[in-house]
Design a protein around this ligand. Structure first.
Ligand code: EPU
Length: 325
């Protein structure tokens, strides 16, 4: 598109945002949050990146449906933000509607009489583990130190300590981008390492989880403590987005980056952690561009030193890695 053509296109887009805000605001419950140009960096663990054109926290499923339908009618892009622990927000921000299931409505934890547990998508994994421990439900311990929410963990099939989210899932309730709610049994979903196909096009509202067994709270706590100790010893404390690359089949991205001599490598304030080489840490004022630059360097070095193509595990919000690498 020529520069001259871009200006009317931008104006038309702005007009659609104005129309969106004008129509949707009155349709939401008073508890819902709707905010223009909300900075997203502070809502992520990496703490980089610009604003969302519009940021919303629906307080009910109906709020969520109305936001989705209104954005769909005006062809405005929609993105979901979990706890922001696996995300890099571009410096320019996101020209989209960014939704967060942060309201208390989405944070339910409910033990069902049949032994299953309903967990809302906005529930923090840490709280899920705490509540499960108290209730004597075993099987969620590996999730404790992952700084995410249930929804994010479903979307990424998050994992640690030899387990991953879908090990404990029986059914996921989703809302399509058209606002329709469906319950998907695990067997109908396409799940793999750090991947869940269905949640690329739909939003997880919550899930029915199946504990592995019942146990004494103190025993469950002991297992959590073992995992916590391992994590504290092997992962950095500074702001990061967790592991930046997926482990290639049969190999460890952290070991490959370490053996390629990259610990301490730096672009601006983004640095390869000396504690675990698959973490890029923010030394204070890193930008998204610093992180992307360092990701490029790491990929190039590991490719030339070890012949392996590393693929990012973290998401670049609103963009595709292949467009920036
Ligand atoms: N290693 C090195 N140098 C390093 C880092 C690791 O030599 O700088 C070696 C370790 O000594 C070990 C091997 O690499 O022999 C694997 O390391 P680690 O046990 O730390 O596990 P990982 O494969 O690097 C995975 C997950 C983590 C999860 C841990 C713990 C991925 C990409 N990473 O890390 O998940 O916390 O296991 O279970 O699957 C995340 O997804 O964001 C994440 C942090």
């Amino acid at each position: 598109m020529s520069a001259a053509a871009k200006i009317p296109a931008l104006e038309a887009r702005e007009a659609r945002w104005t129309e969106f805000l004008g129509s949707v605001r009155a349709q939401l419950t008073p508890e819902a949050k709707l905010q223009e140009r909300e900075m997203l960096g502070p809502r992520t663990t990496m703490r980089v990146g610009g604003p969302a054109r519009v940021y919303a926290e629906p307080a009910t499923p109906e709020d969520l449906r109305r936001l989705l339908v209104a954005a769909g009618q005006l062809q405005l892009p929609v993105r979901l933000l979990g706890r922001g622990s696996n995300l890099i927000i571009p410096d320019a921000g996101v020209d989209g509607l960014v939704l967060s299931l942060n309201h208390a409505h989405w944070q339910q934890f409910e033990a069902r009489p049949d032994g299953r547990v309903w967990a809302g998508a906005g529930l923090r994994l840490k709280n899920l583990c705490g509540l499960a421990t108290k209730a004597g439900f075993k099987g969620f311990e590996f999730l404790e130190g992952i700084p995410g929410s249930v929804g994010g963990a479903l979307r990424m099939n998050a994992g640690a300590m030899g387990g991953w989210m879908f090990d404990v899932v029986e059914e996921v309730r989703v809302m399509s981008l058209a606002g329709e709610v469906r319950d998907l049994p695990k067997a109908a979903m396409h799940v793999a390492y750090r991947h869940c196909a269905e949640l690329h096009e739909a939003i997880a509202l919550g899930a029915l989880l199946r504990p592995a067994a019942s146990a004494e709270s103190a025993d469950i706590r002991r297992q959590i403590d073992v995992y916590q100790k391992k994590r504290v010893e092997s992962q950095p404390r500074e702001p990061s987005a967790g592991c930046i690359f997926k482990n290639p089949p049969g190999n460890s991205a952290g070991r490959l980056i370490d053996e390629s001599g990259l610990k301490g490598a730096r672009v601006g304030d983004a640095e390869v952690s000396a504690v675990h080489a698959n973490f890029i840490i923010n030394r204070g004022r890193a930008t998204s561009a610093d992180i992307i630059g360092l990701v490029r360097q790491i990929r190039a070095r590991v490719k030339s030193a070890r012949g392996v193509d590393l693929e990012p595990e973290v998401l670049l919000f609103g963009q595709e890695w292949r467009d920036v690498l």
